[in-house]
Design a binder for this molecule. Sequence first.
Ligand code: AQP
Length: 340
Amino acid sequence: MNTIKKNTKPTLLSGIQPSGNLALGNYIGAMRNWVSLQKDYNGIFIVVDMHAITVKQEPAQLRKRCLSFAAQYLAAGIDPQENIIFMQSHVPQHAELAWVLNCYTYLGELNRMTQFKDKSKRHNDNINAGLYTYPALMAADILLYQTDLVPVGADQKQHLELTRDLAMRFNNAFSPTFKVPEPFIPKEGARIMSLQEPEKKMSKSDSNENNYIALLDPPDVLVRKIKRAVTDSGREITPDSMKNPGTGNLLTLFAVLSELTPKQTIQRFEGKQYSELKDELADALIAFLEPFQKRYDKILSEKDYLTNILEEGAEKAQYIARKTLSKVYRKIGFVAPGRS
Ligand code: AQP
């Protein structure tokens, strides 16, 4: 007799918005941990295209980037046999649950969100309602799948706290409906800084391309960007270099790529010139990104392969999402279709 083995693994979910070139900050803060955690979790990895349109996007570019992001998830090592990978807009329940959660989110909570404040400054010609209610859509992304763990960089901590508050608020107002998710924020590399303006975080949508390393940057561009990266005015690495925003950022990048602790990294470079750190960092980046880019090219060369993964992913995601959403609709008092 065939017995269905119950899958008891907890659920891990994360997504990145295709709002620019996928950057090293995104990889170190989030994707790296998707890869290392996937064997112990049921992974759900989303290209959150609906979040991307909270800032202006050029449609043809966005379409290309969405597929490119999915291919980069795979190239980074996400196993499509074991995980669910899909486009957010292919699963309509995200927008539906987001609407419900919007009605349980207070303006005061949204007003406190630092990402909204930052992005309103950066995009002051387009401060739209979607940008403001972004955290409710993010909460829907997570809560639809009864998620246990969400690997994110430090910048998303506040949104995740709101997600937890919304889950608890809803559970208390009705009855237990949503799992309350935990963030997974890495100890090292939770906030990778911009290369030229190291007081701010590295962002994939930065208008200055020299501020970030794109995962698809070719070797000559990688070398150039690292050479131009801002350090402090000293010349040699000292134990205090870690505290300097620019030099410390380069040391952190090296540490993460070489799987060293910050202490081991300082020991390795102490007394050496900044230029040596930059040369070694550029080499480490090329060694890491070249095989990644080869895998990416191969995945994109088999177009149906990617489309099939995304189609299957959306189907599996919808199956789970529908269950949660119908529970939510019932609890808040909506009449189920076909009933009077
Ligand atoms: N600099 C960073 N260091 C560490 N982690 C980071 N993340 C982003 N920047 C850094 C993490 O990457 C994931 C991407 O999330 P997102 O695309 O939804 O939005 P974001 O946080 O706003 O990322 P960006 O790169 O700054 O995008 P844009 O430029 O579009 O705003 C998240 O897990 C994030 O924590």
